[in-house]
Unconditional design. Structure first.
Length: 204
C-alpha cells in the first residue's frame, strides 16, 4: 500500500507507477473537483486520474465523497476523514510566533497573524478558515466549494477591479469581515491523519 496526497504531478506519477507494479494506492484528499481538467492546471487532471486507480479514497468532506460516488467509485472504498492540512496547521501555529524566514511553520504563523488573505492556492483555502481569516480566492473556479458555501471563501476571479472592490469591502465593512471570519470551518478538526491511520490499521 502506498499513500499519495493531493493533486501534484508527483502524486499522479507515483500512482501510475503503483498501477504498473500492481501496488494498492490510498489517496488522501480525494474527490475535490472543478470538473475542468485545465482548472486548476495540472491539478484538475491529476486528481481525476489518481481516482481512477486508487483503492482507498480519504475524502476531506461529504461533498468530495459524493463526487467520487457520482464517478462510479465503490462507496465502501471512500472514507470522509476531513483534511490532513488542518492536522498540520494545529501543530505549527503559535501565539508568540516571530520569524524572518518563511518555511511551512513560518508561513502558517504568518497566516495566523494576518487580517485577510488573497490567494490562488488550494491548500490555503482550507487552512485560513481554521484560523478565522477571510479568504478572497483569485481564481474563476475552486475545487473547494464547501468554503464558498460556508462563507469563509469568496471567489473574486482575476479582474483587478473586482479583486480591489472585494478587498476594500473587507477593510471597510466590519459586518462583512465578521461574517466571513466567524463562519464555520468545513475542512477539518486536526484529526484526519488519525482517522486514516485507524482505517488502514483495521483493514490491512
Amino acid at each position: 500500500m502506498v499513500l499519495v496526497h493531493g493533486d501534484t504531478s508527483t502524486t499522479f506519477v507515483t500512482t501510475l507507477a503503483c498501477f504498473c507494479l500492481q501496488i494498492l494506492v490510498g489517496h488522501v484528499e480525494a474527490g475535490l473537483r472543478t470538473y475542468n481538467i485545465y482548472s486548476p492546471y495540472l491539478e484538475g487532471f491529476n486528481r481525476q486520474a489518481v481516482s481512477i486507480i486508487s483503492a482507498y479514497n480519504f475524502a476531506p468532506t461529504e461533498l468530495s465523497r459524493q463526487n467520487l460516488i457520482k464517478e462510479g467509485k465503490n462507496p465502501s472504498s471512500i472514507y470522509v476523514t476531513w483534511n490532513t492540512a488542518i492536522d498540520a496547521l494545529k501543530t505549527t501555529v503559535r501565539a508568540d510566533y516571530r520569524h524572518e524566514q518563511l518555511d511551512v511553520l513560518d508561513f502558517h504563523n504568518s497566516l495566523a497573524h494576518s487580517y485577510m488573505i488573497l490567494t490562488d492556492s488550494g491548500g490555503i483555502q482550507e487552512e485560513a478558515p481554521s484560523l478565522g481569516k477571510p479568504v478572497l480566492v483569485m481564481r474563476d473556479t475552486t475545487e473547494r466549494p464547501e468554503g464558498i458555501a460556508a462563507g469563509t471563501l469568496k471567489l473574486v476571479g482575476t479582474n483587478e477591479e473586482t479583486i480591489y472592490k472585494a478587498f476594500k469591502q473587507l477593510l471597510e465593512d466590519s459586518a462583512e469581515y465578521a461574517r466571513m471570519s466567524e463562519a464555520s470551518n468545513p475542512y477539518g478538526d486536526g484529526l484526519a491523519s488519525k482517522r486514516i491511520a485507524d482505517i488502514l490499521e483495521k483493514d490491512i
